[in-house]
Unconditional design. Sequence first.
Length: 557
Amino acid sequence: MDIHASVDLFSTKSVGIENVRRSVTYHPTIWGDYFLDYDSHLTDILPHEEQEHQSLKEEVKKLLADAPDDSLHKLDLIEAIQRLGVGYHFVTKIENSLKCVYNTYNKNCGKQDTNLHSIALQFRLLRQQGYYVSCDVFNKFKDHKGNFDESLISNVQGLLSLYEAAQLRVHGEETLEEALEFSTTQLNSLLLHVGNSRSTRIKEALEIPIRKTVTRQGARKFISIYQEDESHNEILLNFAKLDFNLLQKSHQRELSEVTRWWKALDVENKLPFARDRLVECYFWTLAIYFEPQYSIGRKMLTKVIVMISIIDDIFDVYGTLDELTLFVDAIERWDSSVIDQLPTYMQHCYKALLDVYVEIEEELGKIEKSCLVHYVIEETKRLMRTYFQEAKWVYSGYIPTLEEYLKVGKLSSVCLLLSAAALAGIGELVSKEAFEWFASDPLILQGSEIIGRLMNDMVGFGSEHKITAVECYMNQNKGASKEEAFAELQELVTNAWKDINEECLHTTAVPAPTTLLLEISVNHARIEHLVYRDIDDYTKSEVKLKDIITCILVLPV
């Protein structure tokens, strides 16, 4: 896109105001009123289902208790429980087991243990839990030349475990860089020589590794994979299936409630230029936290996300610079009395936004935490300032350096605001310090911001009427090609994942509840990775995201 050429198009001095509005047409919602039907007996959880669920849960708990902590069987069981999406039922038991594994890790990973799968699985599970363990343990699998031994190339299970372990690497871990390259190459080669079930598992891993997988999507996929595994545990499998379906009913009921609110806003007629992506926004919240205790938070967060999506379209697609100036001023004042100063279409958006935050404040008031809405409002104001700065760049024809762009662009990835809103949704569990920690834009959250901003920019390059990191890099490095820009930005994304991994190993600086705060940050990165891998799946949700959402929110297991 030629930024300078587009500025002439946007200039209100030379053309009429309606011509200033960018010509972008988004496909309408692909869901319509579909989820309204779920506010009925369709989502009722029957007494016999609850009884069976509780019975199976107790049996799985016994399986965990009976397996020795220092056994490979226990590690495989923990991995299966987590990947099947039911780990949230057994958090304390898993924590205690992995603490025991960590305490004996150095002894178990000594010279006597040459099982690549066992060592790689221990390494990954411990790092996922926040324990630092050295990657030097993988050196024993190298030959005298320092390369990974060719005897490993037929070890499918070991290669998969090594590949997944390498996803937890941090900066400077050359052994894990080599492990990733080796395992990726060998797994791609094995695709031609293994059976269907193993081939599926390899393809799934190469497409999205466990570290980058949205939990609900990963659970749905792994249920099918685990079912085909001859060594699967039938009790655990049945529990995972039932748990998935019962959660799905709860999620359908929540989405039905939010859909009624959305229909009442009449966005289709009042703000027709905006993307109608309510269901996709709800799916985004499921990626942040899917557990049943966060139901109120999900509904609140969905409303915040969908309102920000509309505002994003106002800044990127519809608003003139004069209108955006009025809108940002109104946001800064946060006062319904200024609504008449806005254009009609902005009035609808502004009122709906204030109403959402009033609703959040009232909901938090029930648990005497209404003061927390202040943090969400402040992050909303900060986001509007970044949107406005990006708009001013476009209108002035100024292309910033990549460094200058990222200072603003990171914030416009919306991670800070959504983190604050997610925390507000579970207000009784978090403190003022937790909000202040997020507001300080810690490194782990910056990693999520970089991933979301750059992946979004790369898939949107050439089709969006705004400045992206791609243009900034190419303008700064005269003669650089699109491919060179993408390679550089992808390297920044890779480094951002390393930052996230490293921060998850330094939990002492994170306020309570530490695990929840870190998971929110990691989950932001996961949903961004899913939605912006190849195309903008949020904007063009009819391409691939529709099928993913169907598996998670429509079809029971």
